[in-house]
Write a protein that binds this ligand. Structure first.
Ligand code: 4NP
Length: 159
């Protein structure tokens, strides 16, 4: 069973949304995959996803209210097969963390949107941080995360 970890800065906006989409695909299509999410920072440990993100996801039929913020650990690099970073900053922090605490596992860290971007170069490589912006930023963010998650699920099915 492949295990996938979604990672952003706070684990209250982007990565819980990515986890939510993945979990709904796993449930709907009975896929042999596990998904979780975590933060590079310790800012929101134990917190529910941001209300604005809960609302945007609920509008798409996905409830993420049960998720709680947690920080990436060195065990995550050993236990997960793929560690997907939402932006380059998370990506570089994760690589550095793996190099320091879990050497040999750096290759598991990838950009979440790499697959989508590889299929269509008009798509971005990073999911912008929506935290300090308005509600339309959350909508754009969720649309992008949904497309990125679909691209990854399709790739997992083919591998
Ligand atoms: P996330 O968004 O990384 O998508 O969960 C953020 C959440 C919190 C903060 C920044 C980004 N913060 O600075 O507290």
């Amino acid at each position: 069973m492949k295990k996938i970890l979604m990672v952003c800065l706070g684990n209250i906006c982007r990565s819980p949304a990515a986890e939510g989409f993945f979990q709904s695909f796993i449930d709907n299509e009975n896929l042999a995959l596990q998904v979780d999410s975590a933060a590079t920072s310790n800012y929101h440990i134990g917190e529910q996803p941001d209300k604005r993100m809960q609302k945007s996801m609920r509008a798409r039929g996905i409830d993420i209210s049960h998720l709680r913020g947690r920080q990436v650990t060195k065990e995550d690099f050993e236990q997960f097969d793929f560690v997907y970073a939402m932006d380059r900053s998370n990506f570089h922090n994760l690589k550095a963390l793996a190099e320091r605490d879990a050497p040999g596992y750096e290759h598991k860290v990838e950009l979440f949107l790499q697959t989508l971007h590889s299929q269509n170069s008009d798509e971005p490589l990073e999911v912008p941080d929506p935290y300090f912006g308005g509600p339309e930023g959350f909508e754009r963010c969720v649309d992008l995360i949904e497309r990125g998650a679909k691209a990854l699920i399709k790739q997992q099915g083919e591998s």
